[in-house]
Design a protein around this ligand. Sequence first.
Ligand code: FES
Length: 114
Amino acid sequence: MEPLVAQSELADGEMHACQVNGVDVLLCRVDGEYYAVADRCSHATQKLSVGRLRGHEVTCPLHGARFDVRDGRCLAAPASRPIKTFPVTLEGGKVNVTVTEEDKPARPQFGPLN
Ligand code: FES
């Protein structure tokens, strides 16, 4: 597990897009707390890092779905499914995010057509 950023690099209300273990992660800081969610809207896979963070809500720039970065739940259509969240730990002034093999998105399966 590598530290993503120093705590001081992210101000309240800011987001930081990064890759952890091959997974696109969006790190958010709200009221001094850090949250990590998948940087991918559950509606049509738009990157949420180019959206807007207001309080605990991140808004997808493509069609306006909103998600709570604390638990990933969907707050507004057109998305209906939550986004994945990841554990965040703070150590020595650094922010770490844990992404396991199970967190990696499934690759599309290609095979012979029947
Ligand atoms: S891709 Fe995010 S709301 Fe459609």
